[in-house]
Every structure is written in C-alpha cells, then in structure tokens.
Design a protein around this ligand. Structure first.
Ligand SMILES: Cc1cc2nc3c(=O)[nH]c(=O)nc-3n(C[C@H](O)[C@H](O)[C@H](O)COP(=O)(O)OP(=O)(O)OC[C@H]3O[C@@H](n4cnc5c(N)ncnc54)[C@H](O)[C@@H]3O)c2cc1C
Ligand code: FES
Length: 286
C-alpha cells in the first residue's frame, strides 16, 4: 500500500487528534474521571474501538501516556477515562479544567474478544483501578444483555472511599440480570454494608458457575492476579477463557519503539489483554 492510499491516521500514526474535556470530576482522592469528545465531529462518530483497548492521551508541554478506554463502544460520540495521578502527564491532566483541549490517538491494543464471548457467561473480577478497563466490557455486556449468558462481577477495593464508580456498582446490585459482589479490604467508615476482605473472599458467594461456558475477565494490581487465577482454575474455567489485562511501560503504542516488549511479545500490539494460557510460562509478564 502506498502512503497516498492510507487513511490520515495510518499515514501519521503518532499524530494526536484534538479532543475536548467535556466533564471531569474526582472519583477518589487520586483518581479522576474524564469524559472527552473529539473536536472533529466525524472523527468522534467514527472512532471505533473494542472494550479493553487503550488510547494515548497527550497534554501540550507535558507529554503522552496510555490509558484504558472506560466507556463502551455501544455509546458512541464520547470517550471516558479514569486516571490516577502518577507523574508528569497525569499531574498535567489533573490541572486541566472542563473545555480544555488534549491530544488523543488510538485505539490501540487487542481488546477483549467480544465476538468469541458472545453467548457465553461472563465473570468479571476487579481490583482497584482495574475497574477502568473492565467498566468498558461491563457496560458493553449490559447494553447488549441478550447477547451474553450470566454476567457476574466481583469487585474489591482497599477502602470504601477508594472504590471507583461505587454508586454505579451499588445500583447494579439492584438489577436482576446481573450478580454483583463488592468488598473492601478494610472498612474505615463503619458504614460499609457489603463484605470486608480481599476480592478472593467473594468467590464462595458466587452462584454455581458453568465453567466450560464462562469467560473470566481479570484486571487489578499485580499482586491480585496470582490469587484470583488460582480461584478461577479451581472453578475449572478453561485457561484460554481466563482473560487478563496486563500493563507495561509504553511509549509509542503501535509496536515501533520496543518499550513494552517482553521476549517476543509487544504488549501494545499483542495485549494488553492476554489469556492465562498464552502467558502461563511468562512469569515476568504476570
Ligand atoms: C495499556 C495501559 C493502560 C493503562 N490504563 C490506565 C488507566 O486507565 N488509568 C490510569 O490511571 N493509568 C493507566 N495506565 C498507567 C498510565 O499509563 C501511567 O500511570 C502513566 O503513564 C503515568 O504517566 P505520568 O507521566 O503521569 O507518570 P511518570 O512521570 O511517567 O511516572 C510516574 C511514576 O509512575 C510509574 N509508571 C509510569 N508508567 C507506568 C506503568 N505503565 N506501570 C507502572 N508504573 C508506571 C513511573 O515509574 C513513576 O514511578 C495504563 C497503562 C497502560 C500501559
Ligand atoms: S509501546 Fe512502543 S513498541 Fe509497544
């Protein structure tokens, strides 16, 4: 293919498109919600992505960083992100007010195999900020509820104040077509009405799983994976149906710089979603 044959995004893969922050507010003390919209209407309406993919967000003068898309492609036009304050780029983002301009390019990564998951049961296991990428697939499955079997969510946060989208999850608990269990490691409020304990303590409360028919989706802090995967294997969910989103340092997001490479795997292209079966031998990646 000649350069002339390529779409503008393919011809200039590193060029961010201007986008406007439509809404931003704190989800927790150090995590902010950002709802953004491309300035160009055609771009906004044609931006197609899969749950589990990420975008590179840039702030003029500060740089660029990858963030999971937290909104669902079933609600086009606006993109949502949950961003934890970490360093240069995230601090700059936290200073921006509604109506400010940022740069956005993507979507990147493989995302969740939603076509393969169609007709199956879904078990979502979330720890802390893992709620950012998993919110996309959760909302997607609820918007397309008839395409999936059972949907169950287990979500663990450190403390009640650190559970992002806490109100959304409490309202999901009222739905009859979804099973939702919430836990905090410690209740420092004395008002927490759900369970206290790490996320794995929620497994015994799950209704009977139809393991061969279930896809398990996991995202959370690195320490969580080992314990959660043990539970999922105990439930006999096939290893190639255990999907994990794994983060590495990334620079380009498009397989050019090598920053995210481990052995022969480029996590920006081959991931960030991996099956447990694919990476079972790669201790460093997990
Ligand atoms: C595919 C992908 C999706 C992501 N999704 C989200 C998301 O939805 N929300 C969110 O808040 N963050 C997400 N991150 C992490 C986010 O990209 C980093 O927090 C961000 O790059 C930090 O940039 P900074 O300039 O603010 O910090 P820097 O100034 O670059 O660094 C600040 C500190 O963070 C550490 N750090 C930077 N990047 C990473 C990383 N990838 N993993 C671990 N430590 C890191 C640095 O070592 C340093 O200690 C994601 C990362 C990847 C690869
Ligand atoms: S981030 Fe550059 S190769 Fe993956």
């Amino acid at each position: 293919m000649n350069v002339q044959d390529k779409s503008p995004a393919e011809a200039k893969p590193f060029k961010p498109e201007p986008a406007r922050i439509v809404r931003t507010y704190h989800l927790t003390e150090d995590v902010k919600f950002f709802q953004v919209r491309f300035v160009d209407m055609q771009k906004a309406l044609s931006f197609n992505y899969k749950p589990g993919q990420f975008a590179m967000i840039s702030v003029l003068g500060a740089g660029e960083a990858p963030f999971s898309i937290s909104s669902t492609p079933s609600r086009p036009g606006l993109l949502e992100f949950c961003i934890r304050r970490a360093g240069t780029v995230t601090n700059a983002l936290f200073r921006l007010k509604e109506n400010s301009l940022i740069g956005l390019r993507g979507p990147y990564g493989n995302g969740f195999p939603v076509e393969a998951m169609t007709g199956k049961d879904i078990l979502i296991v979330v720890g802390g900020l893992g709620a950012a990428p998993l919110r996309s697939v959760l909302l997607y499955s609820l918007d397309n509820r008839d395409q999936f079997g059972r949907v169950a969510v287990l979500y663990g946060a450190k403390r009640p104040a650190e559970m992002i989208f806490r109100e959304e999850y409490f309202s999901l608990k009222q739905r009859s077509d979804l099973e939702c269990h919430l836990a905090v490691d410690a209740d420092d409020t004395g008002k927490w009405t759900e369970r206290v304990g790490v996320v794995t303590t929620l497994f015994p409360h799950l209704r009977q799983i139809d393991a061969p028919n279930t896809y398990a989706l996991v995202c959370g802090p690195p320490v969580m994976y080992k314990f959660v995967i043990k539970e999922l294997v105990k439930l006999a969910i096939p290893k190639n149906q255990i999907l994990m989103t794994l983060e590495r340092r990334m620079k380009c997001g498009v397989g050019k710089c090598g920053h995210c490479a481990i052995d022969y795997i480029y996590t920006c292209l081959d991931g960030p979603v991996f099956t447990y079966w694919d990476v079972i031998h790669m201790r460093e990646l997990i």
